[in-house]
Design a protein around this ligand. Sequence first.
Ligand code: 5RP
Length: 252
Amino acid sequence: EAGLLLAPSSPSQPSVILTQDDLKKIAAYKAVEYVESGMVLGLGTGSTAKHAVARIGELLQQGKLKDIIGIPTSKMTHEQALSVGIPLSDLDSHPVVDLAIDGADEVDPYLNLVKGRGGSLLREKMVEGACKKFVVIVDESKLVNFIGGSGLAMPVEVIQFCWKYTASKLQKLFEDSGCVAKLRTFGEKEEPFVTDNGNYIIDLYFKESFGDLKAASDAILNLAGVVEHGMFLDMATTVIIAGELGLTVKNK
Ligand code: 5RP
């Protein structure tokens, strides 16, 4: 990961090199300041959210936080949270979540998000949709002018049955934006990536903006075979951005 050279805060102090991972950790630690004892917490997934989970575990161990219940958004986060001593539950037992903290792949100026490049978008959307406050943590590389404009994937979770058919329908929906739909694979053998829910991910790549996000969301969800997509519209209440020049906090 590229190192960032930060200007010294005073002439006598040396410059500090911060990596992208340092920035993710700084954003995550800031978000954990929103956590209070007794809260039900949505625990996000990914290389940024993992710093928040680790920090919550640390504060619990130190007795600085008490009576936290975590609702993990993936099997991976479930494992990590258990390993750092966070008591866990689920939405069936705790349908109202006080606060969720998670990363994102893209954040637009209105705090709409793309999530799911880590493959956990469905559980993330369920848990984060149930929370009173949703704090998103990113380094500044995740900021975009409009969603789908980064040239990177917009993930859609689909059932395995006839996934090629669903992928072709998705591509057709956005043909005016030069959309290409690709099955997400992993490893040298290019095996299909299977989500925690046993589904596939179709990644959509756009040459041009597809315009109205709500209309795009509705059209995708209207296709049989689609389970959920990675646009998180109007869900984030706060976004914490760690950048070269420090932290920025944006509230809805
Ligand atoms: C996983 C996600 C992640 O939050 C998103 O991909 C950001 O990940 P990272 O913090 O590793 O950049 O949506 O499904």
